[in-house]
Design a protein. Structure first.
Length: 404
């Protein structure tokens, strides 16, 4: 009988021993006006560290300093005070820049280039040779669901399609640090799920991801640690477990029990309970999972002129693992319990995987099924997170060029 431990596992020693990728100390940025008078204190005495393989979230209300921190990290802005190191160097170090992929909060695209030319242009900036550029562009466009709109000018893309091409552009140089400013803004729920799976798979391969987002459920699904900004200052920081766990209560999830069994169990619990309330309810699936399920069924019978669902993680990000149809691998991974993912991935209790609905698996195995299966975070739903990871992982294995 599966018993799910709902609290995420505590932070392991692996994180603490991993290489420091980003180190920020006392970082302050004050924007000044024409007369050099302080106009906005955007970032104010911020300290944090991000280690290799972590997914690190920057949260905070509008204008709280997230994008300014990102621009400082990229060397696009100079700090007023404080110290930043990325891979042990200043962010302006040219070699360091070539190890970073960046998705800006606004899409800056040449509107008359098509998506293929856009990726070719950015590949050129990183001095990739023509073959590499072509190869990567093809895989990335497939991965982000734009394989069928390669020849359309990006200026006529919808907002979500522009986000997708921006994401492909951020990965063209096979970066070790990926910085994503609101990566899921404007994406449909399928795209959101795909981007989240991609982020987790990148981290499993030892890439470091820093992202900002207002979509707290997305952050909760993927991030290992977060900082919460307000007024340019960090108000809270830690692993999601540290910030969200309620150590004074416990949740047990079981299949439906006969009434008599339930009463016996409740009687035992109440006997030993000194104070507090015992609550019994039915878990619900979240809206994301339900939506993805409905769309997967609709896709089987309908055409769309918009973005397709991304197929698989680009080969070159994957590291030489022989490509198998995504659905096939997912089926394998779902039916074979696997070892816990690398320290980089958000920890998930193996035992939380429910029995698999064979009709959903069949839908996943379709080549046209969304690359991101409708599973959800183990902390909120009962769907199997390990399957998410393996699917995105399978997509990614070669893009990462074996640099695990
Ligand atoms: N180039 C600039 N010149 C002057 N002020 C700026 C500039 N860029 C940002 N600011 C100010 O710095 C503060 C932080 O802005 P920032 O863009 O970092 O916020 P954010 O947390 O990313 O917000 P959002 O969630 O809206 O994207 C704001 O008060 C903003 O007006
Ligand atoms: Mg911003």
């Amino acid at each position: 009988m599966p018993v799910a431990e709902l609290n995420p596992k505590p932070e392991t020693g692996d994180r603490r021993s991993a290489e420091v990728v980003v180190s920020i100390r006392g970082l302050t940025k004050v924007f000044k006006d024409f007369w050099n008078r302080p106009k906005a204190r955007a970032v104010d005495g911020v300290d944090f560290e991000v280690r290799r393989g972590e997914i690190f979230g920057l949260l905070g209300p509008n204008g709280s300093g997230k994008s300014t921190t990102i621009k400082l990290l990229l060397g696009l802005l100079h700090p007023t005070k404080g110290h930043i190191e990325v891979f042990g160097h200043s962010p302006r170090h040219v070699q360091t820049k070539s190890r970073i992929g960046y998705l800006p909060e606004e899409s800056y695209l040449y509107r008359y280039l098509n998506s293929r030319e856009t990726l070719d242009f950015f590949g050129n900036l990183f001095h990739l040779d023509k073959n590499d550029r072509n190869n990567r562009a093809e895989q990335l466009l497939e991965m982000v669901g734009l394989g069928k709109t390669q020849t359309r000018a990006v200026g006529e893309f919808s907002k979500g399609m522009q986000r997708r091409i921006g994401l492909a552009q951020a990965l063209i140089n096979d970066p070790d640090l990926v910085i994503l400013d609101e990566p899921t803004a404007g994406l449909d729920p399928i795209g959101c799920r795909e981007v989240k799976d991609l982020i987790v798979a990148l981290a499993r391969r030892g890439k470091t991801v820093i992202l900002s987002s207002h979509l707290l459920s997305d952050v909760e699904d993927v991030c290992d640690r977060v900082v919460i900004y307000y007024g340019g200052k960090i108000q809270a920081q830690g692993t999601l477990n540290e910030l969200l766990a309620k150590p004074d209560s416990l949740r047990i999830t079981t299949p439906v029990l006969p009434r008599e069994t339930l009463e016996k169990v409740l009687a035992i619990i109440r006997k030993d309970l000194v104070s507090g309330e015992v609550r019994v309810d039915n878990p619900t699936q979240n809206l994301e999972s339900y939506f993805l399920d409905v769309v997967a069924k609709a896709r089987a019978a309908n055409e769309t002129s918009g973005a397709q669902s991304g197929a698989r993680v680009a080969e070159y990000l994957r590291g030489g693992v022989e490509a198998k149809p995504a659905g096939e691998k997912v089926l394998e991974k779902l039916s074979l319990p696997q070892a816990a993912p690398a320290a980089a991935a958000k920890p998930v209790a193996e035992s939380s995987a429910p029995k698999v609905d064979s009709s959903k698996l069949a839908a996943l195995a379709q080549p046209t099924a969304p690359a991101a299966a409708p599973e959800k975070s183990a902390s909120k739903t009962e769907a199997p997170k390990p399957a998410d990871l393996s699917k995105a992982d399978e997509k990614l294995s070669s893009l990462l060029g074996g640099k695990k």
